[in-house]
Design a protein around this ligand. Sequence first.
Ligand code: F6R
Length: 241
Amino acid sequence: MELKIYKDYEQLSANAANEIADLLKQKPGAVICLASGDTPKLTYQLFAEKVINENIDISNCTFIGLDEWVGIPPENEGSCQYFFRKYLFEPLQVTPGQTYLFNALSSSFEEECKKMDETILAKGGIDLMMVGIGMNGHIGFNEPGVSFDLYSHIVNLDETTVTVGQKYFNSQTALQKGITLGLRHFMESKRAIVLANSAKKAGIIKKALEDEISNHVPATIIRTHAQGVVMIDEEAASLLK
Ligand code: F6R
C-alpha cells in the first residue's frame, strides 16, 4: 500500500481525477467502480472536465456503482444513483449500457447481488475501485464487523452511517439497510484507492492506517492490498504518527 498526502482538497481531487483519466487512456475498456458521497465530488467534476478538454474516449468503459441505500428511489437526491447521474453520467453523456448500479427498489436483493457479482466477473473484474471512508471506517457499506470474504451483499446499516448519512438528504430519511459491493471485490480489484479529506476524517484515517488490521475498522484492509493507495489531504493526515 502506498500513502499519498496532498496539500489540500483541490490537489487531492486533481490527482484522483488524473488516476481515473490515466487508466482510461491506457485501457479504454476499463471497469471502474466508484463511490458517491462528498469526498469524490470534486474528483468527478475535474475528471469530467478532463475527459471533455482532452477528448478522452470513455465510450468503452464500464462504471459500477459501489453501493446504494435500500428503499431510496433513484429520483431522491440522496440516492447514490442520483449522485452518479448528476456528477458523472450526465456531464459525460455516459450511455445506460455502460453503467451498473444497484436497484434500491428491487424485489429480490439476493438476485440484485448475484447480478452485480456476475457482471463484474463477466467483465474480467474491476480495474480500479475508488472509494471513500466512513466516519466508522466503512468502505462502501461494509460496516464494522463485516466479513472480509464477501462479494455483494445486503447490510443493516451501522448507527453512525444512518446518522451521518442524513447529510445527503433534504429531510430526515429513514435509512436501515444498504446494498454494497464487498471487500472481496475491493481486494480483487487491480487497483484500490481510498480517498479522504478534511480534519473530520483525521481520526478514522489514523485508525485505518495505524490500528491493527481487522474488521472493526474495515478500511484497515487497504493495507493488505498490493496495489492499494490511500490519497488524503494534509488535514486528514494531521493525526498520523
Ligand atoms: C458512498 C459510500 C460511502 C462513503 C463514505 C464517505 O457511496 O460508499 O462509504 O464513501 O461514507 O462519505 P463522504 O465522502 O460523504 O464523507
